[in-house]
Design a protein. Sequence first.
Length: 613
Amino acid sequence: MGEIIKHLNSVEIKKKNSDEVFFAEIGDVIFDPRSDYRENIYTITKIQEELINNEYTRTIFYTDVERTDSKGNTYPETFSLDTISEYYQIYKGDKQEILDLADKVYSGELSLMQFMPKNESNSTDLMVMNKDFYDNALDQAKQMSQKVLIIQTVVKQKAQQLKDRISSEVAVFQKLVSKLQKIVFTLELYAGIGENIIQINEGSWAASDEKIHIMQNMLYMDEEVGDPENGGVSYKSVDKFYDWMRSYNKHLGYYNYELIIPYQKGVRVMRVRRRESERFSYDSFGNSFDYEISQEMKTCIIIRNGENIFVIHSQMNFKEKLFPTKEEFDEVLKSAKGDVELLLEKFTDYRYGMVLIQGILDRTPFLAEPQTVSVLNPNDSVIFEYDRIEISDGTVTFGNFLSTQNIEVGTRILALGLRGGGKYDRHFYGYYASEYSYPNNPENGIYEILRHPDKDNKDHLTISYVPDDTVYDRKKGYSKQRTKAVRFRILKDDNVVDFDLVSHKDLEWLENKLYDRRDRKMYLQVVPMLKALKKYKAEEYETERHFALMLCQKLEITEVTARDYIYWWKTKNKYKRAISKDDMKAIRMIEKKYKKDLEENNVFVLQPNISTK
C-alpha cells in the first residue's frame, strides 16, 4: 500500500475499449462475468487515492473480501482503477440480495425468466416524448440487465464449484473402480473367462518331468511364415500360419513349431502382425478398419508339449515381452525406491501375463498336472528363457547386404517394382502434361546402369528401356506404339540389387538366406527380392551351361573352373555384361587368360563374394 492522499466516495470510470462511462461508489457491487468462482463478487468498502513509491498516484478500491497470505496475515482484496475498468461490471444494489436470488435460481425455486420485463401490448408509455421518463426507463432497463448478469455469474460460479467438487469425488470413485476392475480382470484372466483354446497339432507327449520353458519375446505369425504373397498373413488367414507350424522344414531338418518353441515343453506369446496390414492402413475412400486392425493386434499364447501344439486366444493384449529383462527389472527396482505401488504399476502388464500363464497351468493339463507348478514362485520345473535362439548361417544378412551395396555406372541391377510419375516424382526425365501421360514403369528384370548428366552436368544413375505403351503423334493425330527408349532415374530407395555382386558360388548363400530369421522384420521387402535374385541367378546359370561345356571341351577344364572364368569375364570391366552378348569374344579373352594363368602356374579360382563375409 502507498501513502493515502485522500478518501473518495465515488470515481468516474470509463470502460476500456468503449465509450461507456459510469460511476463506482462505496457500497456498489463489482463482479467479473468471466469468472467461475464466487469469491470474485465484491462490495466496495473504501476508495482511496494513494501515492505509490513517492512516484505516482493510483486509485485503489477496497472490498469486503479478505485474503490470507502465506504468513497467516489477513488483508482486504483491492483493485486498481485500470483493473475494474477493463474487467469488472458495476451493480447498484445489495450483494446479499443477489446471492440469495442466485441461490433460488440455482435451486430451481426461481427462474431468470421472471426478471424479463412485462410486455404490455396496450402500453403507449414509450410513445410519450418525455425525456425524464425516457431516461428513467433506460436506467431501470440497465439496472435490471446488470442484475440478471450478476445473478447469472453467481449461478455459473456455484455450478463450477459443484462441478469441481463432483469431479474430485468422481476422481476418487474412478480410482476405486479402476482398482476393482483390475481385480476383476485379473480373476477373469486366471479363470480363463473369454478364452478360446484350439489344438492345431497332435502327437506324442513330452516326459512328465520335462522342464517348462517360458519364452520372453513375442513373435509375429506373418514374419515367421515370411510369405509376402497378398501382403503376408493377416487375421483372416491365420490357418496359413497353423499349416506352416505343422509342416516339416527340410532345410533345417525339423518341424517349424520347433522354431517357435525349441523345447519339449514351452510357452510363447504371439501376435498376428507387428504392424497392421497395408490393406487396412490406407483407404482412399476414408473407410475405417478399426476392427480389422484390432484383430491383427490381438495376441495369443502358443503352448507346446512334445508334438502337441495348443493355441489360446485370450482377452489380454501382451507387450512385446512376456516378462522384463534382468536389466529392466533392476532399473525399475532402483527408480521405485521402495515404492511398492509404483513398482506394481510399472510391471502391471507383466503381472497380468504371469497370472494368465498360471491360470492355464492350474486349470489345464497341457503342460503339467494342475495345481503343481507355480510361475510366480518358480522352482526347478520352470525356466524363463530371456533370449530367442536365432537361426542363421553366421554370414551377413540379406537386408544388410542390400543396404551396403554400391550401385554405380556399369552395374547390372535386378529391379523390382520400380514406380515413377507424379507431380513431385524425379524418376522420369522431361516434361509430361499430366500423370496420365507418363510412360509405363519398367518391368521387373535385369538392367544396366547408365550415366545421364543433367543440365548442370551432374551425373545421375539411370536405366534405359522401351515402355510397352502408346504415345500420341501430334502430326498424324493418333496414338501409336512407343518405339523410342526412355530414361528412368534410379534413386536411393528404389528396390534394386547389384546382380553381379552375387556369383554362382553364392547361390547356396541365397538359399540359406530364405531361412535366416534375422531379416524376418523386413520380410515384405527382403523376401521378394531374395526370391527374385535366386530365380534370375538360376536362370542365368542354366543359360550359360552350353557356353561352360564348350569351354570345358576347348580348354580341357572342369565345369567349375569354366564357371569361374565366365564370371571373371562378365565382371572384369566397368560395364558388366551377360555372356550371351558376345560369346565368341568371350571365348577368345577367356582362352587368353587361361593360357597366361597356366604359364604363371596360377589357375584362376573364384572365391565366394558374400557367403564368407
